[in-house]
Ligand binder design. Structure first.
Ligand code: AMP
Length: 132
């Protein structure tokens, strides 16, 4: 059973923010900040890797509508767009979804990257490895 498929079918209730033929946006049940919204594809794809390009376009089109709505209605001007792909990357629900997390101040949530010192030779090697 996929919880987001059940939400799309209407078998599990959700607080809908936006819907069209391809996607549904609803409030995350656990609000990272007030207005935390998920956009899911109506069809089941496990994550971004499985998402056909046209479906990715559908999600981004909806994200533009939802970000406008959140900014206007919640009187905010900063939002994190976040998408976890795979367990190590923090994905818990294995149905593609994009998080929109309104930001009210710099400390309301923590999204932390620990940068590693790397010299130009290593960057060049890495670049060549990826492009080979
Ligand atoms: P992720 O870690 O990117 O897979 O995030 C999954 C998100 O789904 C979490 O933020 C959960 O709070 C959210 N979630 C799980 N079940 C529900 C539900 N029934 N309605 C709304 N959001 C949900």
């Amino acid at each position: 059973m996929c919880v987001f498929c059940e939400i799309v079918k209407g078998n599990i209730p959700s607080y809908k923010i936006y819907e069209d033929d391809n996607v549904l946006a609803f409030l995350d049940i656990s609000q990272a900040t007030f207005g935390h919204t998920l956009i899911v594809t109506k069809k089941h794809y496990e994550n971004f890797f499985d998402l056909p390009t046209e479906e990715a376009v559908n999600v981004i089109k909806a994200a533009k509508i939802v970000e406008t709505k959140l900014k206007e209605k919640l009187n905010i001007s900063n939002i994190n767009l976040l998408n976890n792909n795979g367990e190590i990357a923090g994905q818990v629900v294995m149905h593609y979804h994009l998080h929109l997390i309104p930001r009210y101040n710099q400390n309301d949530i923590t999204i932390k990257f620990n940068g590693h010192e790397i010299d130009h030779a290593q960057l060049k090697e890495l670049c060549e490895k990826i492009n080979k």
